[in-house]
Ligand binder design. Sequence first.
Ligand SMILES: O=c1[nH]c(=O)n([C@H]2C[C@H](O)[C@@H](COP(=O)(O)O)O2)cc1CO
Ligand SMILES: [Zn+2]
Length: 165
Amino acid sequence: MSKRENYISWDEYFMGVALLSGKRSKDPSTQVGACIVNTQNKIVGVGYNGLPIGISDDEFPWQKQGSFLETKYPYVCHAELNAILNNIGISLHGCKIYTALFPCNECTKAIIQSGIGEVIYLSDKYATQDSFVASKKMLEKAGIAMRKMEAQQKHIALSFEEGDV
Ligand SMILES: O=c1[nH]c(=O)n([C@H]2C[C@H](O)[C@@H](COP(=O)(O)O)O2)cc1CO
Ligand SMILES: [Zn+2]
């Protein structure tokens, strides 16, 4: 018997982990996940957008509009920052970060400072906003590679049915 052919690529695997992590997010509009991988293709950090530890998901706002303090924006910790902070306790120098959404300027600063060397993203839907223009400027100047993920498999289904294993 020859080997199975339709196995997922490393990119699909790591972006898949990022997307699965995003499924934990309580944000009703945008669920973002991120996955950090070292040079040996080992996962060393995962995160999703959520409130900081100890802050109740039910007591803080999730809305996008209104006065700043009544929106989610000042409180939510982005997926990329969470993945960096949740790392297994190693240097992230030379690691790659897979993120569903192109990183904002604040996460970009953390990415650069942590030593991550490459950013792989699925969506760049906020590209025209200043925060993301600033991100690109910083990543370029810092010599950090950026690439949009090209998936061969557009959808991957998971089943928790024991009969499907
Ligand atoms: O790179 C990112 N990573 C990340 O985790 N987020 C989070 C913050 C918010 O919870 C949500 C963005 O909200 P919205 O798309 O509704 O404006 O995604 C947002 C970005 C882009 O700003
Ligand atoms: Zn961010």
